[in-house]
Write a protein that binds this ligand. Sequence first.
Ligand SMILES: [Cu+2]
Length: 391
Amino acid sequence: MSSHPVSLGAPRGRAGDGASGAVWKVVALLLGFAVGVLAIAAVVAMQAADQARDEAGAAGGGGPAIAMQHDHSAHAGAATAQSLPLQSFAGTTAPNADALAKAHPAYDATLPPVPAGNLVRIHMTLKDMTVQIAPGVKYATWAFDGHGAPGPILHVRQGQTVVMTLTNGGVIPHSIDFHAARIAPNMAFKDVAPGDSFTFRFVAGDPGVFMYHCGTKPVLAHIANGMYGALVVDPATPLPKADHEYVLVASEWYLNGDGISAPASLDMQKARAMMPDWTTFNGYANQYVTHPLTAKPGDTTRFYVVAAGPTLDTNFHVVGTIFERAWANADMTHYQQGVQTVAVPAGGGAVFDVKIDDEGLYPFVSHAFAHVDLGQVGLLKVGNPKGTMSH
Ligand SMILES: [Cu+2]
């Protein structure tokens, strides 16, 4: 769109012709002015249309569960043609948020035991389900094994063989990609049609904490809709003893509505713009602030942290202490000592030990503090401290 009045100027050769030349100058000036006004009006109208669309999207949060297309190559152009700003629902909870947060059971972060034997059989059924991701905020997920997000915490020992069966109880194809596996992805991580089951196996040869996720295109949408989880592989040589072992999966949520009157679903444009409404540990904002993880004074607490994304890292930090051990990037061959914050990249993991002697409430956060503001914070309650935490 152009607002240059010059192109509507007087015909050449007439411009300087006495009275008629003056008339042309006035006409040209007025025409130029009119075009400029039209251009401004058009911009204002476009902005109004954008706002109306955003408001309609917010009001219709409970509409069709998935508005996005799966042909992401065709869809990408349309999205980039749309204009900012995007509407944020950050921090928007139901009015009785405190009561709802207390009533919502926290995702059990406790690391489950390793199954006996050399073969570990895992069967997950994918299912579409509505979960809560913050107090009173509902989201229509694509879920692993009826868990919402994250999927179940898996735990094996280095050298065990995982026999994975995926049953697709959803309505579109899905798959499962294990970062812990060394395997041809086109064979093992292939799409499974609705109603079908598929089994593959891999040896958990590398210790650490690994992400698993749906790898069906567009992966951004499948992960953003909750299709991720953590697999812990114990080293063949055991780690130093820990008194408590907790698994935290960091992720972000992109909502097309506030999720309060009706479940929200994915806003793909916000996912592409990396503008989350909520960021969480284990799928629900601030759940371990309301229901803290626990330890006793003098205990060693181990955190297995995966950043599921779909896109953002987590910068793991425990307020009030320093990591006794940090296996950065889940490289279990050596650890760092005395470090304060360790980046866990999207798609990566790390393992952290803290040994806390003094009673108190010790927040664990992504120290990229926008994440804390959006809900990626919890508390480790050591002993039975008095008072509350201001973080
Ligand atoms: Cu999927």
